[in-house]
Every structure is written in C-alpha cells, then in structure tokens.
Design a protein around this ligand. Structure first.
Ligand code: NAP
Length: 276
C-alpha cells in the first residue's frame, strides 16, 4: 500500500506568476530573455506585440499579437488570463497603449511597471530644433534642408506627404507593403542598433543635410545624433511625450530587480499557512 500521507503533504511551490509584457521594443525583447533565463517556470510570461512589424525578432516565452480592443479589451484580457503583473516596455511614443495599461491595471488591481528609456542629453554642439509633433517637423523641414533623413518609422510618414522640394531617406526594418506617400524618397532597410560608422556612412552616401527624428532616447539609436553632431547637421527633434504616472525603471536590470522583489513578496504571501 502506498503511504497516502506523503501524497497529501502541502507543497511550498507557488503557482507561476503571470506576467504580461507590453513590447515592440528592443528593451522588451531583452527583458523577456532575462525573465525566462532567471525565473524559468516560476513565471508564465506573455509578450504582447501590436503587430506593426511583419517579422518581429524571436522572443522567448509566449507571444500574442494584435490590439486588445482599447482599455476595456485590456481589462478583459487581464481578468481572463489572471495576470499578476503588467510590464509596459513599449516605445516612449506609444502613448495610447501606455494610457490603456494604466487605466486597465488600475481597474483590475494589477501591479504595473513601466520600463522607460533614458532620454538623450543635448550636447553643446548639437543643432537640435525641437518641435512638438511630426506635423511641426513637416511644417519646417523644407526651411532647414533639401535632403532629409527620416528615422521616425514608416507608419507615420504621412505627416510629410505635403512637403515639396525635399528628398527623403526613410529607414525601415522591412520594405513597406504600400508605396510611401512622399513625393521624393528612397527607402533604406535596416534594423538597429546602428554604429556611429554606419550612421556616418548613411549621412555621407546620401548627402543628408537634415535629420528628422523622435526624441526616443536609449543607446540603440543614439549614434545617428553623434554622427549629425560631428557633421554639424541640424536635427529636427520631436519632443517626447510625458510618461504615464506610476512605478518606473530605466533599465532591464532595474526591471529584473523590481521583479525579484515582487516575487519574493509574492512567495511569502502565497505560502501555504499550514507550512508556517
Ligand atoms: P499606440 O499608439 O500607443 O497604440 C495604438 C494601439 O495599438 C493601441 O491602442 C493598441 O490597440 C495597440 N497596441 C500598441 N502596442 C501594443 C502592444 N504592445 N500589444 C498589443 N497592442 C498594442 O502605439 P504605436 O505608437 O502605434 O506603437 C505600436 C507598437 O510599436 C508599440 O507596441 C510600440 O512599443 C512599438 N513601437 C512604436 C514606435 C513609435 O514610434 N510609436 C517605435 C518603435 C516601436 P488596442 O487599443 O486595440 O489595444
């Protein structure tokens, strides 16, 4: 006869912590890798992508693709999937999903952590012209240069559709599926991070005389700013929107420390009281 008392001994193993990681950035992919490596089955990780990129980089853990259907849809997702933590590691200009994340987590009572990129610091030799948005950049670009390098992503290129007398170089991860709504342009395929040498080469080869970019921050795409500074080129810089309020860290390492602390607290609170 098997000893049944052994089978009924309560276990100390807590159920996996269910983490929803809002991604679409290099930081989110790094974080997913770090989470799987460090916690293994202690964490059930799902990375969520909007579906903008046709061939996203491989990401460990589960991946879901597509919008949730607004804040209400995200609330339903958090409830249905019994999410414990939402980590918002989306791009600093992805304002809508971050606002939805704040609303949804508040409504359901789910812990939320934002992973923010360190903003770029303006150097005394930088020739930045700061604007509030892409419409502001489009309004002035023809007054600043004739050969502009747009590093804003193809989905918002329409803001420049009415600009005449400017040739645009557009960098994109993949060849766009539809023709770009620009009068004069060339597409450059490439996925960051980019080195200073690569960025200098682009500026020279295409005789760029103005760079247009979003103040996204972070190291992966900063080299183009150094290249523009060294070539004494003007940069039309779209200001970064203010982040949502709430708990935030500025690196993958700091996000992992936050998770360590959360999981330690959770292990204490989910411990079977019969074991204490
Ligand atoms: P957004 O304006 O904040 O979001 C628009 C809608 O797209 C959201 O309401 C949501 O749809 C859906 N969405 C966005 N991110 C999602 C995610 N990670 N998972 C599931 N659904 C998501 O965002 P965006 O500026 O279009 O950017 C889309 C994605 O591309 C983001 O994930 C961002 O990290 C990445 N990205 C953006 C930029 C940029 O410059 N904006 C640059 C690089 C990467 P529902 O309302 O239906 O849920």
């Amino acid at each position: 006869m098997p000893d049944r008392s052994i089978l009924s001994v309560p276990t100390r193993v807590a159920p996996p912590c269910r983490v929803l990681l809002l991604g679409g950035t290099g930081e989110a992919a790094l974080l997913a890798r770090a989470i799987i490596q460090r916690y293994g089955e202690r964490v059930a990780l799902t990375t969520s992508l909007a579906g903008r990129t046709e061939q996203p980089m491989p990401i460990p853990g589960d991946v879901r693709i597509g919008g949730f259907g607004g804040a209400a849809g995200l609330i339903a997702y958090l409830r249905t999937h019994d999410i414990d933590i939402l980590i918002d590691a989306t791009h600093p200009f992805a304002k809508q999903i971050s606002a939805h994340a704040r609303l949804a987590c508040g409504a359901v009572g789910v812990e939320r952590l934002m992973v923010l990129r360190t903003p770029w610091q303006r150097h005394s030799l930088d020739r930045w012209i700061e604007v509030a948005d892409l419409a502001g950049a489009a309004a002035i670009v023809a007054n600043v240069g004739r050969r502009a390098w747009l590093t804003i992503g193809v989905s918002e290129i329409g803001a420049f559709a009415d600009v005449a007398d400017v040739w645009f170089l557009v960098r994109s991860i993949h060849a766009p599926s539809n023709p770009l709504p620009l009068k004069l342009h060339e597409i450059l395929i490439g996925r960051g991070p980019f080195s200073l040498l690569e960025e200098q080469h682009v500026l020279q080869r295409h005789a760029i005389d103005v760079l247009v970019c979003k103040a996204s921050g972070g190291a992966a795409t900063e080299a183009k700013l150094v290249a523009a500074r060294e070539a004494d080129l003007p940069v039309i810089m779209v200001r970064r929107p203010a982040p949502e309020p709430g708990a935030a860290v500025v690196s993958v390492e700091a996000a992992m420390s936050w998770l360590d602390a959360f999981l330690a607290r959770r292990a204490v609170s989910t411990r079977d009281p019969r074991l204490s």
